[in-house]
Design a protein around this ligand. Structure first.
Ligand code: NAP
Length: 319
């Protein structure tokens, strides 16, 4: 059983990426003694990237795992209690909420800040896991800068793939979009922008079946199947960006919190309030648009302030 310090918490935080740890920092500094459950990937998506050069305050850049260790240390300094455990169930019909962990431990909390993030959908092909962060990336904004004058492949046919392809031409000498059909899913305007870019080429009806290279030398190419003919051909490139969508980590809230069709938690106008009073959603679990460490951290701050105000109201009303 997890050794919890309290039976009833004011603030419980689910997730330990920039959103969750910022929410913890702010609620800890407000003397709310938050408890945070790190989830299956302690530190979140940044722990699978290498250099982070776009987080303000680090002029020389910072390694993703180090940035997360620093955020954790900062929140701990102000009294965050954290556990490497998973929240398995939240009973929203009770007040305070009843929360169950994966080992069966149960406790209560007046508020819950959901910061469980999203994960990039992956292809599940050879070379993908091994070369992630070594030439394979799921975030052009984060990693594009490292591919100056390189030839890149981007997989996907949606708005993300179009946006990332256009963005990557700032650095790359050529970007080939590989799409499994002969028609894009992307909106017309985003598609047109990519079509108009002389550095972007399209390979239709095709799928990447293997990524070639090594951790030491990075990506050297891909093997691509033509879905019409079944022919597999090698193709040289120095980087592969996978942009086939994200999957928000919201399965335990199905039927409990309002979500959009893709499973992102819906929040009320420019706040972190969800459809259940006392539950707040921050970071990538509710944001399919920006998905940056800094926007997630900002969102975590908003969640903490929203939770603090909610608790003030709750405790005033119960007096
Ligand atoms: P998406 O719209 O779901 O598109 C995913 C693309 O990846 C599709 O073209 C899909 O192919 C392809 N795909 C999925 N699984 C695949 C696989 N296993 N192998 C090969 N290809 C695969 O995802 P998204 O582009 O990330 O966009 C998500 C949402 O964010 C959308 O609502 C989008 O409009 C929005 N968004 C907006 C902006 C913006 O407005 N600036 C920017 C980015 C994203 P099929 O087409 O064949 O299914």
């Amino acid at each position: 059983m997890v050794d919890l310090k309290k039976e009833v918490y004011d603030v419980t935080i689910m997730g330990s990426g920039p959103a969750g740890l910022t929410a913890a920092l702010y609620t800890a500094r407000a003397d709310l003694e938050p408890v945070l459950f790190e989830g299956p990937q302690p530190g979140g998506q940044l722990t699978i990237t290498t250099d982070v050069e776009n987080y303000p305050g680090f002029p020389e850049g910072v390694m993703g795992p180090e940035l997360m260790d620093r955020m954790r240390a900062q929140a701990t300094r102000f009294g965050m209690e954290n556990h490497i455990s998973l929240i398995e169930d939240v009973d929203t019909s009770q007040r305070p909420f009843n929360i169950t962990l994966d080992d069966g431990t149960e406790f209560k909390s007046h508020t819950l800040i959901v910061a469980s993030g999203a994960r990039a959908r992956l292809l599940g092909i050879d070379g993908e896991d091994e070369l992630m962060g070594h030439g394979v990336s799921t975030c052009a904004t984060c990693d594009g800068y490292f591919f100056r004058d390189d030839e890149l492949v981007i997989v996907g046919g949606g708005d993300s793939a179009m946006e990332e392809a256009t963005f990557l031409t700032k650095f790359a000498s050529k970007v080939t979009v590989i799409h499994r059909r002969d028609e894009l899913r992307a909106s017309a305007i985003m598609a047109q922008r990519a079509f108009d870019d002389p550095k972007v080429e399209f390979l239709w009806d095709s799928e990447v079946v293997e990524i070639l290279g090594s951790k030491e030398g990075g990506v050297t190419g891909v093997r691509v199947i033509n879905n019409n003919t079944g022919e597999i051909k090698p193709m040289d490139c120095q980087g592969v960006f996978i942009a086939i969508g994200h999957i928000p980590n919201t399965s335990i809230f199905q039927g409990k919190l309002e979500m959009n069709d893709e499973g992102y938690i819906t929040t009320k106008a420019d706040s972190s309030h969800t459809s259940v009073d006392g539950i707040f959603a921050v970071g990538d679990v509710q944001d399919f648009e920006y998905r940056q460490a800094i926007t997630a951290a900002g969102s975590g701050c908003k969640g903490a302030i929203d939770a603090e105000r909610y608790l003030e109201r709750l405790h005033t009303e119960s007096k």
